[in-house]
Ligand binder design. Structure first.
Ligand code: SAH
Ligand code: SF4
Ligand code: F3S
Length: 441
């Protein structure tokens, strides 16, 4: 059905899950004969892989879709498709149905494998196709055309059962479902034989991996199995949830030679009262204890986090507790978000919504603190020797390469004779809050 030399472009929003889903969509399209283009205006097929985590993510997508209307009028044969988390929400599909009539195909997060069929259906009937029925088999996923040749994303668990009161993900990605270890190991072995050096295991809550399998398994067991794979250099994972962070997992990170010394552990708030309202199922104290244990076992571990400011009912005192916690823990990096009301979640119905102005003030205050703390953290790297996996060229400078330390710090350094994909030892010669500079030794 695809005409010769057809091109596609995927615009991806949101998290690593979506990035990896887009890599799988690329594989499907390339199997159908499409080739990738960077030029939106000339593409024959444009796919928007959407995110709905916060309101601004949603508005951005509606903005882009709106601007596609005139292009579609000029080029009626252009196919516009929308998929991803937004399309799992009925209200958002309704907006597409009513307001964005130039969208030809809608699919969801669990029927990516149906794409060839949906395209054919659209072309045959020349009408829009909206289908989000879950059909993908997580143990038999299609391959991916990956953005990197060095580092690969691997899905290990889908969905989320946690229902944090602010979060829409359980409604867009459904219930937790672990992929079989056999299917994961097979994919990783294949990647290693193609020369990949690093994998990042993906899930909304990786440390609840395996609980739903028969016989049941655990994330630590999976890490230990991956650690034995010859040829693989590094194993990363995200995101972990503090409530399921076991001692066994700390031990697996400590023992696993390939398991990198970095953990992304969202704190969300430093106030136990707010954490309870958020339905996070841990206290500020319990979070601190996990960090203490982690640092005791793995002294050089880097810790990054997510924080929400302005959750409904957050008082000045609650906010101060978050600041105190940020200072006490000393995160290597923290991703900050202003609370955004998501229809359908419990927090959206809470009475004491915080005014935008207060959210902005708190955001700025904590951001300034975090930048200072990250600067201090990175300063410790000065003059140290770090193992860096070279991932590619620095943006806009072909004489510089970029890679990451085991602790996930980005390092820029002069290219010399180093190749992408190599593991090199670098001396750290400079830094700012976000990255390091290095040179070969
Ligand atoms: N599963 C991961 C993260 C998923 S979303 C976890 O449990 O941590 C990534 C981050 O977006 C969350 O950690 C949270 O900080 C933020 N987030 C989610 N919903 C949000 C909302 N309604 N408003 C603001 N930030 C939100
Ligand atoms: Fe959302 Fe909470 Fe699940 Fe993370 S754990 S995806 S924040 S509901
Ligand atoms: Fe967004 Fe979906 Fe990820 S809502 S953050 S793309 S799981």
């Amino acid at each position: 059905m695809t005409k010769e030399n057809s091109t596609y472009i995927i615009k991806t929003y949101g998290c690593q899950m979506n990035e990896h889903d887009s890599e799988r969509i690329s594989y499907i399209l390339e199997s159908l004969g499409y080739t990738q283009t960077e030029d939106l205006m000339s593409a024959d097929l444009i796919i928007y892989n959407t995110c709905i985590i916060r309101e601004n993510a949603e508005l951005k997508i509606y903005g882009h879709l709106g601007s596609m209307k005139s292009l579609k009028e000029k080029k009626p044969e252009l196919i516009i498709a929308v998929c991803g988390c937004m399309m799992e929400i009925e209200e958002a599909r309704e907006v597409i149905r009513k307001t964005y009539r130039h969208v030809d195909i809608v699919f969801g997060t669990k029927n990516i494998s149906s794409l060839p069929y949906l395209i054919t259906q659209h072309l045959m009937a020349n009408e829009r196709v909206i289908d989000t029925e879950a059909v993908d088999d997580i143990d038999n996923l299609q391959k991916a055309v990956r953005k990197s040749d060095v580092s690969a994303y691997i899905n290990i668990i889908y969905g989320c059962d946690n229902f944090c009161s602010y979060c829409i993900v359980p409604y867009t990605r459904g219930r937790e479902s672990s992929r079989s270890a056999q299917s994961i190991l097979e994919e990783v072995r294949g990647l290693v034989s193609q020369g990949f050096k690093e994998i990042t295991l993906l899930g909304q809550n990786v440390n609840s991996y395996g609980k739903d399998l028969h016989p049941c398994s655990s994330f630590s067991k999976l890490l230990m199995e991956l650690d034995r794979l010859e040829g693989l250099e590094r194993v990363r994972f995200m995101t972990s949830h503090p409530k399921d962070f076991s001692d066994e997992l700390i031990e697996a990170i400590r023992q696993g030679e390939k398991v990198c010394e970095h953990i992304h552990l969202p704190l969300q708030s430093g106030s136990t009262r707010i954490l309870k309202e958020m339905n996070r199922k841990y206290t500020a104290e319990e979070y601190s204890q996990i960090i203490e244990k982690l640092r005791e076992s793995i002294p050089n571990i880097a810790i990054t986090t997510d924080i929400i400011v302005g959750f409904p009912g957050e008082s000045d005192e609650d906010f101060e507790q978050t600041i105190e916690m940020v200072e006490k823990i000393g995160f290597d990096q923290a991703f900050l978000f202003k609370y955004s009301k998501r229809t359908g979640t419990r927090a959206a119905t809470m009475e004491e919504q915080i005014p935008e102005e207060v959210k902005s003030q708190r955001f700025q205050r904590i951001l300034d603190r975090i930048n200072d703390i990250c600067y201090e953290k990175n300063q410790h790297y000065l003059d140290s020797i770090q193992e860096v996996l070279v991932e590619g060229y620095s943006k806009g400078n072909k004489d510089m390469l970029t890679g990451r330390t085991r602790t996930n710090k980005i390092v820029h350094f002069p290219k010399g004779s180093v190749q992408v994909g190599e593991l090199v030892s670098l001396k750290i010669t400079g830094f700012n809050s976000f990255a390091l500079e290095g040179e070969m030794i």
